[in-house]
Ligand binder design. Structure first.
Ligand SMILES: C[S@@+](CC[C@H](N)C(=O)[O-])C[C@H]1O[C@@H](n2cnc3c(N)ncnc32)[C@H](O)[C@@H]1O
Length: 315
């Protein structure tokens, strides 16, 4: 059976974006096209959507599936969303009514045994969303010493056994390079306690794989750049909607929205505002939305999702 990708909080995403007929929308992460399809359908009969993905396979898949239905209302481009400020205007989306980000990786990527994203799927340790650029995880690992690996696993994985895992990697590669997802997962499993508190339900390699993937794709930098570009592209009243899957991503989204809601960046001790910046957004979901138990039961990938939405003000 072909693995599919079930879109998370699909109805809520559409209701937060509130896409009107004839509007212009951006889906910065088309993946399997589940959200794209629903957003475009809500803009019937003449709305248009620019869909980006760093992964060429995702673009090809969505083009084949949704191209026949939506024709030239669907513009697809293989690109990193950190390039949104350049890409969107050249595609005719320089001023839009909605922009959506669904972060992380798709079920298609996780299931692809040639990409090394999953410790269960295995395969060569690559982990790049865009396999035409950057360095595969198997090449990145040998460039880092134990201190740097520890910092990486702590910072991007919040991994409690970061030091122990880093030292084991350095030790293991004295005899051979770590080339596959299976090798890395087995090593982590071997050196971490199997029943550490709070870790019973997740595989011990989950955090290490997350950390490496974030590093390989520079995911957190890309997110900051993508959010800033998206807000610049939005018309007043336009919505920015973001689905994140772990606390590092959510923190960036939350802080970005809060800073743009505040506007002024003067230090608190300044007697008057000298920066002259005004608020650029109103929060649509001050605390964010999370999936209910029924959705998590249907789609376990939704478990850690949090949806945040903001509306662009005239400033
Ligand atoms: C969770 S999936 C999106 C699923 C999609 N919403 C759906 O309903 O099928 C995330 C997608 O974002 C892509 N992606 C991650 N970071 C990206 C970036 N910086 N630029 C462009 N695409 C990115 C991944 O390649 C992946 O296909």
């Amino acid at each position: 059976m072909t693995p599919g990708h079930v879109p998370v909080l699909a109805e809520e995403v559409v209701s937060m974006l509130a896409p009107a007929p004839g509007s212009l929308q951006i889906d910065a992460t088309v993946g399997g096209g589940g959200h794209t399809e629903r957003i475009l359908a809500a803009t019937d009969p003449d709305g248009r959507l620019l869909g980006l993905d760093a992964d060429g396979a995702a673009i090809a898949r969505v083009r084949a599936r949704l191209g026949p239905r939506f024709g030239d209302r669907l513009h697809l481009r293989r690109a990193n969303f950190r390039e949104l400020a350049d890409v969107a205007p050249t595609e005719g989306f320089g001023s839009v009514d909605g922009c959506f980000f669904d972060l992380g990786l798709s079920s298609f990527q996780l299931a692809d045994a040639d990409r090394g994203f999953g410790f269960r799927t295995g395969g060569p340790l690559d982990m790049r969303f865009d396999a035409s650029r950057g360095m595969p995880a198997a090449d990145l690992l040998p460039t880092l010493d134990a201190t740097e690996l520890t910092a990486l696993f702590r910072r991007f994985g919040e991994e409690p056994f970061a030091g122990r895992i880093a030292r084991a990697i350095v030790e293991a590669r004295r005899s051979a390079r770590i080339e596959t997802a299976e090798e890395l997962a087995a090593l982590v499993e071997r050196v971490t306690p199997s029943r550490a508190p709070g870790r019973r339900r997740v595989h011990p390699a989950t955090r290490v794989f997350q950390a490496l993937r974030i590093a390989v794709n520079e995911e957190l930098d890309a997110l900051e750049e993508g959010l800033a570009a998206a807000l610049d592209l939005l018309r007043p009243g336009g919505r920015l909607v973001v689905l994140s899957y772990h606390s590092l991503e959510d923190r960036i989204v939350k802080r970005f929205f809060q800073a743009e809601r505040r506007g002024c960046v003067c230090p608190p001790e300044a007697p008057i505002c000298v920066c002259g910046r005004s608020p650029r957004v109103r929060l649509v979901t001050p605390k964010g939305l999370v999936p209910g138990d029924a959705e998590i039961a249907r789609n376990p990938r939704a478990r850690s999702a949090r949806l945040r939405a903001a509306e662009r003000l005239a400033a």
